[in-house]
Ligand binder design. Structure first.
Ligand SMILES: O=C(O)c1ccccc1NCC(=O)[C@H](O)[C@H](O)COP(=O)(O)O
Length: 257
């Protein structure tokens, strides 16, 4: 299973990070956090625009990426928040990209990575994230709860991503700030927007919900909106647009509030 490979690689990465932090602890965390949950729950459809140079399912999406310019374009186009992939081996992301984007963009920032250890939560705070992603497919309920608690200790919000009913149950037990319904099956990489349509009615009122992955056109956005999501998270489609700003702007111009 592909996710297992990523998790194994991440555990090695975290141990290297632990040794690095023992020698050089993270400096004090910042305190001007922005709320992803509020941005998603605000009136209108929230677009969370992702900086995603490559992916396991698609390979290289864009060979030369300036994360700061891309994020600034998304912000100017009306995105509600920015997601930055920080995983390097599988997504060609960089941790520094998140820190650089933080310096120039005012929107809430989501760190997109494979978080399984409290040290990565502290690192996310240090890098400038406002929220972190937790993937229910790779974490037990106890791990989700513990990482959620750790995030709260650093003032970070948590987006918990689910792909099925059992994962949703575990995610809800961990009290996510935002619930993400992932249309991508992380074993087969197949995307199906019907996943959001099936799971959305099962999410209790009061939790902001986003549809993630496989959104490749305006009709896709409209379909997820009709399913009742508060927002959509879009990576590949926006990364393939020649102008990140126009990519977001054009989608939002056609979406009815
Ligand atoms: O995108 C992948 O191929 C992938 C493979 C394995 C684990 C995670 C993966 N994607 C992470 C994401 O959450 C997506 O980047 C995000 O939902 C945006 O998806 P898309 O709009 O389809 O690029």
């Amino acid at each position: 299973m592909f996710l297992k490979r990523i998790v194994e690689a991440k555990r090695v990465e975290v141990e290297a990070l632990r040794r690095q932090v023992e020698a050089n602890p993270f400096p004090a965390a910042k305190d001007d956090l922005r709320s992803l949950a509020k941005a998603v729950a605000a009136p209108g459809l929230a677009v969370i625009a992702e900086v995603k140079p490559a992916s396991p399912s698609k390979g290289v999406i864009r060979s030369k990426v300036d994360p700061v310019k891309t994020a600034q374009g998304y912000e100017a186009g009306g995105a509600a928040a920015i997601s930055v992939l920080t995983d390097e081996p599988f997504f060609r992301g960089k941790k520094e990209s998140l820190a650089q984007v933080r310096k120039t963009v005012k929107l809430p920032l989501l760190r997109k990575d494979f978080i399984l250890d409290p040290l990565q939560v502290e690192e996310s705070c240090y890098l400038g994230a406002d929220a972190i992603l937790l993937i229910a497919a790779m974490l037990t309920e106890q791990e989700l709860v513990a990482l959620r608690r750790e995030a709260r200790a650093y003032g970070l919000e948590v987006l918990i991503e689910v792909h099925g009913e059992d994962e949703l149950e575990r995610a809800l037990a961990a009290e996510p700030d935002v619930l993400g319904i992932n249309n991508r099956n992380l074993s087969t990489f197949e995307t199906d927007l019907a996943v959001t349509e099936r799971l959305r009615p099962l999410v209790p009122a009061g939790i902001p919900v986003i549809g993630e992955s496989g959104v490749a056109s305006l009709p896709d956005v409209q379909r997820l909106q009709a399913a009742g999501v508060d927002g959509v998270l879009i990576g590949e489609y926006l990364m393939r647009q020649s102008s990140p700003r126009a990519g977001v702007e054009n989608l939002l111009a056609e979406v009815t509030v």
